[in-house]
Design a binder for this molecule. Structure first.
Ligand code: ADP
Ligand code: ADP
Length: 235
């Protein structure tokens, strides 16, 4: 069933700016693993901002159309309420992360969400195990590798138990091996926990291997959508 539905969404960052999104309609079903690809400026991050509620709640501009998350129009509910359904990992994880030690990064979000104190320890332990970073629990984030940091950013959002995870180029700063490990982690979260994953990614090989569906963005529109096989063919 649908967890997010966008209908005729257009968005400009200013009244005289060009459309960053141009009449986008999209249904995201629960359990999907969607990959978004397209050239720079195509509107990928703007689409992610709509899916996570940053548009309309964080960015101002001209918005048309509707985005419905778990039955509610994102214009009618708060960003906090949206973030309980859709967790997002920004492109700049260093800016997103607030703590200096790994476990505190998870703790911060859990306390913010009002998770009862007797549940917090279990959530931290379980989530670090799910992402495969239990041994990093007491490490300083600043001393971690790019791939490890990315996993911490994912764990901090996952601990809040969203139903959808939106990630903006999580492998942009990573080497091929770390990139694959991050996608293995996402696939695991998708399969074992049933979390819907939407990821912006430029590496076709990763999208082909892990995604159930691809969106190709161009000039603010979805230029093409289908299975990796339909979109990329044999490669
Ligand atoms: P992509 O993620 O595919 O590179 P974006 O969604 O970032 O594309 O950008 C789509 C268009 O919106 C581009 O023309 C870009 O310059 C513009 N844009 C993106 N973010 C902002 C912003 N915060 N303020 C103004 N314009 C923006
Ligand atoms: P069950 O074992 O009841 O089938 P799940 O397969 O849904 O439970 O989840 C396995 C474990 O992951 C459980 O401990 C659950 O609390 C935890 N979990 C479920 N959803 C999420 C989520 N979105 N983020 C983090 N942990 C989750």
């Amino acid at each position: 069933s649908a967890i997010i539905e966008m209908e005729g969404v257009s968005f400009s960052y200013g009244s005289d700016a060009a459309h960053a999104l141009d009449n986008v309609s999209l249904t995201v079903n629960e359990g999907d693993f969607i990959g978004i690809i397209g050239p720079s400026g195509a509107g990928k991050s703007t689409l992610a901002a709509c899916l996570s509620g940053a548009i309309p709640h964080h960015y101002t501009g001209e918005l048309f159309g509707t985005t419905v998350v778990d039955g509610a129009d994102t214009c009618d509910i708060t960003l906090t309420d949206i973030s309980r359904i859709v967790g997002s990992v920004n492109q700049d994880i260093d800016a997103q992360m607030v703590a200096s030690v790994v476990e505190d990064e998870l703790l911060f979000g859990l306390e913010n969400f009002g998770v009862p104190h007797d549940e917090i320890e279990g959530r931290i332990e379980r989530t670090l195990a799910t992402v495969g970073i239990s041994e990093l629990r007491h490490r300083e984030i600043a001393t971690l590798s790019g791939g490890q940091k990315q996993k911490v950013a994912i764990a901090a959002i996952l601990a809040l138990e969203p139903r959808v995870l939106v990630l903006d180029e999580p492998t942009a700063a990573l080497d091929p091996v770390s990139s694959r490990i991050v996608f293995e982690t996402l696939a695991d979260i998708n399969r074992r926990l049933g979390v819907t994953v939407i990821v912006i990614e430029q590496k076709v090989a990763l999208l082909s291997t892990y995604c159930s569906r691809i969106l190709v963005m161009d000039h603010g529109s979805i230029a093409l959508t289908g299975t990796p096989h339909e979109v990329f063919g044999h490669s």
